[in-house]
Design a protein around this ligand. Structure first.
Ligand code: COA
Length: 719
């Protein structure tokens, strides 16, 4: 008997326990072992019922995504789960799925083929496939509506969000919540069902929750509109609605055929390849060559934060939300008051949106201790400095933290531009110092750039990665080079959009082209949100345009000099008006267009019309070319790390996989040649990155490069 599935017999109930760490993915070996175990118990005359349970931290968290990825790059045909599902549902003994942790995707599909489902209260159940650009392919599209009704099924599949066990009971997905030990509860439930003498329900035979076609038609129509509005670029969203329609209108067997067609179509789609790439990229980012799995991350229960400004307050919320106790220090009562008021405002908004209950907010607020002194800093596991970008101030703070923090504490700086090693040198323990570059708003944005200094200890890197995960973020370890990864790449992209408006486009047109292409926001709107004063300061810090031969954008400095800092001054590249979208909606400003035209005329820049495609190429290829340079000098460990940074921190569409994946898909030859033509036309800033040129010549991709460099060594020795 395989160790993947253990059979334990408790009197007249057989428990089949799957044990396939870490998440009990339903891979081929598990499917085979399960089929064998089932065949054994279903002919055992002593067994009157079966419980299907899982060892470890979770019920089956899905089909094996690695198998799915292989299918995505081949013919779209994933593993055939139908024989196993039929064996389960046709089993002469009732089967009860016993769910803890998460029952997701293929895991929930298998559970729905069982006759009953019980769960612990903390369990979560869902079909998250749409977030991977696919629809469930193991009969889940046909069974979910039969269990929970068409409307709920449409909602669960379109959002991809798992639901809590209590909600699942209300919806009809789970039969009972088990208090106490799960397997014992499931066994008791199974015995009850056998004793009742009632027939054991097969989900496929049920139609009682489906309603009539005229009842489901308006629901399907509304869901199609939601799919178009919320996921316009993901074919799987529309396919999910089509599949549920099949469930509502066709017999089960025909519904399964329709599911199969739609599933193959979505698995082969480009967004699916991209989203699977991002799934694996996010997990690969946590693997650092010299930080082995054995390197222990230090436990983090107490965090101290220096600076209660926008970043400090956001970081405090992120920690409090994760159950971490926070000391939030600032130098004046006023600053602390402003910071805590922002925290409260934010939480109030979450309560209004129904994200948190008032009680949950109270618990979180109680974890944040605003203070003017260092009380408790000596007990903090991690201290995060989040003051404004001044090297002198940061060094003073780090020298002081060196005196008050415990010897083992991690000392982190939230700088987005400054040199970590210079900051670390202000302490007697540079090995404990690291950069934690949060993105604003820090309680929302998923990206955490983890900046490793020359002396940072592996254990400190491991702690930062574990903290990122605990905060629900994805940590990407980057090298301590100017601008790190994200901002370093953003500047060439930003400047290119500014050159485009000098050459004849408008900010509105550039932003429109970028958002239509898939970016969450246009570059000018981002600049206004982050603040033109901030970008100005960073430009000085990074020493851009010191070389007079490099083309310099003409307008940003002028806007800065006029005090047009963006949203906060109600004027930047756009205008803002408190009565329009709460002062956050960009309103095109003819004054800015005029300013641009005057600047261009003075500099004798010829102006012409641009198409969306030209705009996107200029902007996105600037990002890609700099990405290749980042990779070449070891700024990032892998091309896929850059993708994770851009998808999670800069609004790059996940369904395009990130800039480097996108470049692969367009073809590095094509990208290179276009960049070379920009180089001829616009000069030095467009010189193709040597790595890009090399890969294009060799006919290779960034993905292939990542695969070859799994040990993470830099492509070339840093200059
Ligand atoms: N198939 C194969 N491997 C999977 C997997 C799946 N369905 N789900 C997770 N894994 C792997 C991850 O790649 C990771 O591997 P690694 O340790 O080698 O990097 C490991 O399991 C742990 O996953 P991770 O996401 O880091 O753990 P977590 O505890 O934070 O989250 C889940 C667990 C299950 C919630 C999360 O992994 C998840 O959402 N998985 C995808 C579920 C899904 O979409 N299923 C539908 C597909 S049919």
């Amino acid at each position: 008997m395989s160790s993947l599935v253990t059979v334990l017999v408790d009197g007249d109930v057989a428990v089949l326990r799957i044990d396939n760490p870490p998440v009990n993915a339903l891979d081929r070996d598990v499917r085979e072992a399960l089929a064998t175990a089932l065949a054994r118990v279903e002919t055992d005359e002593h067994v009157r019922a079966v419980v299907l349970a899982c060892a470890g931290r979770t019920f089956i968290a899905g089909a094996d995504i690695a198998e799915l990825e292989r299918a995505a790059w081949r013919d779209g045909i994933g593993p055939d789960m139908h024989p196993l599902l039929a064996q389960v549902e046709d089993c002469p003994r009732p089967i009860v799925a016993a769910i803890h942790g998460t029952a997701l995707g293929g895991g929930l599909e298998l559970a729905m083929a069982c006759h009953y489902r019980v769960a612990v209260e903390s369990a979560r159940l869902g079909l998250p496939e749409v977030t991977l650009g696919i629809i469930p392919g193991a009969e889940g599209t046909q069974r979910l509506p039969r269990l929970v009704g068409v409307e709920k099924a449409l909602d669960m599949g379109l959002s991809g969000r798992p639901i809590a066990a209590a909600d699942a009971v209300r919806a009809g997905l789970v039969d009972r919540i088990v208090e106490g030990e799960l397997e014992a509860g499931a066994i008791a439930f199974a015995r009850e069902r056998v004793a009742s003498g009632a027939p054991h329900p097969r989900t496929r035979d049920r139609t009682d929750r489906l309603g009539t076609p005229s009842e489901s038609a308006p629901m399907l129509e509304a869901a199609r509109a939601t799919a178009r509005r919320t996921k316009p670029h993901i074919p799987a969203a529309r396919a999910w609605v089509d599949a549920v329609e099949a469930a509502a209108t066709l017999p089960f067997e025909r519904g399964i055929e329709r599911e199969r067609e739609l599933s193959v179509e979505t698995v082969r789609s480009e967004p699916c390849k991209a989203l699977l790439h991002v799934f694996f990229a996010e997990r690969a980012a946590a693997k650092i060559p010299d930080v082995s799995r054995e390197t222990t991350a230090l436990p983090v229960e107490r965090v101290a934060i220096v600076g209660a400004g926008t970043m400090g307050a956001g970081i405090a919320m992120a920690c409090a939300n994760a159950g971490i106790d926070v000391r939030l220090r600032d130098t004046s009562r006023q600053a602390l008051g402003t910071g805590m008021a922002a925290v409260r405002r934010n939480y109030d908004a979450s309560v209004k949106r129904g994200r948190f209950t008032p009680e949950a907010v109270d618990e979180r607020l109680a974890r944040i201790h605003p203070q003017l002194d260092d009380a408790g800093f000596g007990d903090a596991d991690v201290v995060i400095e989040a003051v404004y970008e001044s090297m002198e101030l940061k060094r003073t703070i780090f020298a002081e933290l060196d005196r008050v923090a415990s010897r083992g504490a991690v000392l982190a700086t939230n700088t987005s531009t400054l040199d970590i090693d210079t900051i670390a040198a202000a302490t007697s323990r540079p090995d404990r110092v690291i950069g934690l570059h949060f993105f604003s708003p820090a309680n929302v944005m998923r990206l955490l750039e983890i900046v490793r200094g020359a002396a940072t200890a592996p254990e400190v890197v491991a702690t930062a990665l574990a903290l990122a995960k605990r905060l629900g973020k994805v940590g990407v370890v980057v090298r301590n080079l100017p601008g790190f990864v994200g901002n370093r790449m953003m500047f060439p992209y930003m400047y290119e959009t500014q050159f485009l408006v000098e050459e004849g486009a408008t900010p509105e047109q550039v932003d429109g082209a970028l958002t239509r292409w898939g970016m969450a926001m246009g570059m000018f709107a981002v600049d206004d949100m982050a603040g033109l004063d901030v970008a100005w300061r960073v430009r000085q810090e990074l020493g851009h345009f010191r070389d007079p031969a490099v083309r310099r954008p003409l307008v940003a400095d002028q806007l800065y000099a006029m005090g047009r800092y963006g949203q906060k001054t109600e004027k930047g590249w756009y205008r803002y008006d408190a009565s329009v979208g709460g002062g956050r909606t960009p309103i095109p400003d003819p004054d800015v267009v005029e300013l641009i035209e005057r600047a261009a005329a003075k500099a004798r820049i010829a102006r012409r019309a641009f198409t969306d495609d030209e705009i996107v190429e200029r902007a996105i290829y600037a990002l890609i070319n700099e990405g290749a340079r980042v990779l070449e000098d070891g700024g990032a460990l892998r091309a896929s790390d850059i993708d994770v940074v851009y998808v999670n921190g800069y609004g790059f569409p996940g369904w395009r996989g990130g800039p480097m994946f996108y470049a692969d898909r367009v073809g590095l030859r094509t990208i290179h040649d276009r960049i070379a033509s920009f180089h001829r036309e616009h000069g030095a800033r467009w010189e193709p990155a040597p790595l890009l040129a090399r890969l294009a010549n060799e006919g290779r991709t960034f993905r292939e490069l990542d695969a070859e460099r799994e040990d993470g060594a830099p492509v070339a020795a840093p200059a």
